[in-house]
Design a protein around this ligand. Structure first.
Ligand code: PAF
Length: 267
């Protein structure tokens, strides 16, 4: 696996090897867990060349968000990416991605203002912008995302469709701990007590899913099962392709999001 930090170096490394081949891109912010590995493995099995980007994108963090404390361990991430068979790790600096004078932003209207967008204004502008930049740099055939970030994947799909990017967006199932908590890089911030409390989030979503399947109100059922956790939102979120029950909660200083697809029999 080659680690590259400059856009030009990555383009030069890709140029001689991509002709007639499929390129899979997994955009990440590092702090890898089994959810990331599942994306790397899917890309490895479906594409000839696998590129992973590792960039903690300041543009998607608002003032007061957890940019400074976002977990970072590039050495460990490099080891995990290499073990998963990744060919190129692209780990640029902030200056490389947003040089002085940078002033172009991508806004996916409508979808970006809902759910997360209400609590993190500007977040999806940062996500859409960095994703489009990465797509332009790597020119992938397929890009891999996790279902846990359902709104993010809906926005990236919209972006790809509206701007005719000709890229396939692959969305893979959420990977969970044994007790059901969705894996997230932010879980490392939870204390033992907060980690125990966090389990109420997937349980509430399961209760909502059960209610939906039996004709009840999924939002009311989920809210009633949150066990004292105060949600930023619990909402049914529909796109052209998917209907999910999504929620966000704050536990101490950590904010967790999760969702269950309502169009599947089991959450
Ligand atoms: O999901 C993430 O880790 C980030 O939002 C992404 C897609 C890598 C863009 O920075």
């Amino acid at each position: 696996m080659k680690t590259l930090r400059r856009i030009r170096a990555l383009r030069e490394a890709l140029e001689p090897v991509v002709a007639g081949r499929t390129v899979g891109l997994v955009p990440t912010m590092g702090a890898y867990h089994a959810g990331h590995s599942s994306l790397f493995e899917a890309a490895r099995s479906e594409c000839d060349i696998v590129v992973v980007s590792l960039f903690v994108n300041p543009a998607q963090f608002e003032a007061g968000d957890d940019l400074a404390s976002y977990p970072r361990d590039e050495k460990r991430d490099r080891r995990l990416a290499k073990a998963a068979g990744v060919d190129f790790l692209f780990a640029p600096s902030t200056e490389e991605m947003y040089p002085a004078g940078y002033s172009t932003w991508v806004d996916v209207e409508g979808l970006s203002e809902r759910l997360e967008g209400r609590f993190r204004p500007g977040h999806f502008r940062g996500v859409a912008t960095i994703c489009l930049k990465l797509f332009n740099i790597v020119r992938p055939t397929r890009v891999y995302f996790g279902q846990k970030d359902a709104q993010q994947t809906a926005i990236v799909k919209r972006l790809a469709q509206d701007l005719d990017l000709g890229i396939e967006i692959r969305v893979l199932p959420t990977i969970r701990d044994e007790d059901g908590l969705a894996l997230s890089s932010r879980n490392v911030h939870l204390s033992a007590r907060e980690r125990r409390a966090a389990i109420a989030l997937p349980r509430a979503l399961e209760a909502g899913h059960r209610a939906w399947r039996s004709g009840g109100d999924p939002v009311a059922a989920a809210r009633a099962t949150l066990n004292g956790l105060a949600p930023d939102y619990v909402e049914v979120f529909g796109t052209d392709e998917r209907l999910v029950l999504a929620a966000a909660v704050r536990i101490g200083r950590t904010r967790l999001i999760d969702n269950v697809p309502l169009d599947e029999e089991t959450p």
